[in-house]
Design a protein around this ligand. Structure first.
Ligand code: ACO
Length: 326
């Protein structure tokens, strides 16, 4: 009887940085507004010649090295992204080729900010079911390509990067103890990019109207996000027979410091156990949790035996939770 656990992690992001001071020169905003309303001080922004798979490959390679496996050991490669390199083929396949993971089944997973948790849930089930042995789950985004830098309500939020984790078999009492993934398409227009797909296409008109840019109802999202993340976190805790006070480290999706604080308070997780890097990265969608996890590993914020809680929320809307014994 095996369970699935995280054997290695990695992260990568552009060197380029967009600070609040930079944004002050672009739209009617201020460092003070952005800091107090979101907690963000800067976000990484890809250069024009940088793209999603570049960061996915670097993060994936680190995860493979830290897991001490061979790329050919990987049976499943999931690239969670809503900002693929191109429409065809999947970014997962492009990453597979670069990594030399030629035995894997590779594909993209589109669940916005919840993509990494979705990938974790799927890979875990396949490992537990005995179908596969090793999976590489990557969250990678270059969101800034779809950000309208004349819209102050969205352009302050998003950043670029990738995080990755190798999953493999561990003893049943360790590893991922519970996962839960959810969505509700009735809220699709809370965060969406109407253009660029088969419905409206990419025409001079859609481009002129900026229909490929993200449109967001920030206020509505905020409320749904807090409720959904807290709910799903409680569900995974319950499934594993744990309580919020047992949690050693809480890694929420990094969307807004006020969302993180509200969720932690709702759950009753002590602030000292909540990880936040929002000040430096902004919201990197599917990449946010695996980037944060890799930072926690590097900083030894997570130690063997720790109970680690993750919760995400994003466009779709989608949300999910995972509980792990590290
Ligand atoms: N600078 C200055 N003023 C601004 C800015 C800005 N960058 N953006 C908005 N404002 C103004 C608004 O125009 C509004 O002005 P008004 O009162 O004159 O109309 C005022 O600030 C308040 O706007 P709100 O939208 O109510 O501000 P709020 O406190 O809700 O913060 C924010 C907005 C940061 C977008 C917040 O709602 C949020 O973070 N929502 C979640 C969005 C999110 O995370 N989306 C990503 C995907 S989902 C996810 O990852 C969870």
């Amino acid at each position: 009887n095996v369970n699935a656990g995280i054997l290695g992690t990695g992260r990568s992001y552009p060197e380029g940085v967009l600070t609040n001071a930079d944004l002050e020169k672009m739209v009617d905003t201020s460092d003070e507004w952005i800091t107090t309303r979101t907690g963000i001080k800067q976000r990484h922004k890809a250069a024009p010649d940088e793209y999603t798979s570049l960061f996915a490959v670097r993060a994936g390679r680190q995860a493979i090295e830290s897991a001490r496996i061979d790329p050919l050991d990987i049976d499943l490669l999931i690239c969670a992204t809503v900002t693929p390199d191109q429409i065809l083929p999947s970014t997962g396949c492009l990453v597979q080729a670069e990594l030399g993971a030629h035995r894997a089944a590779a594909f993209d997973l589109a669940a916005a900010c919840s993509g990494f948790i979705y990938g974790l849930a799927l890979a875990r089930e396949m490992i537990r079911g005995g179908r596969i042995r090793y999976a590489l789950v990557i969250g990678a985004e270059v969101l800034t390509r779809y950000v309208d830098y004349t819209d102050r309500s969205t352009c302050v939020l998003f950043g670029d990067g990738a995080g990755a984790a190798v999953l493999g078999p561990v003893e049943p009492e360790r590893g991922i103890l519970a996962t839960r993934i959810r969505s509700d398409g009735r809220y699709a227009e809370h965060l969406y990019a109407p253009g660029g797909g088969t419905r409206l296409g990419t025409t001079p008109e859609t481009l002129a109207c900026g229909l490929h840019y993200y449109k967001m109802r920030g206020n509505e999202l905020f409320k749904v996000a807090v409720r959904a993340m807290a709910e799903v976190a409680l569900e995974v805790l319950q499934e594993a027979g744990k309580e919020a006070r047992d949690v050693d480290l809480f890694i929420p999706h990094q969307a807004n410091q006020r969302i993180t604080d509200a969720v932690a308070e709702k759950l009753g997780v002590d602030p000292s156990k909540v990880y936040s890097n929002i000040a430096w990265h902004g919201n990197t969608s599917a990449a946010s949790i695996p980037i944060a996890l890799d930072e926690c590993v590097e900083q030894e914020r997570v130690r063997p035996g720790d109970l680690v809680l993750m919760a995400s929320f994003g466009g779709g809307v989608t949300w999910g939770g995972a509980l792990l014994r590290w």
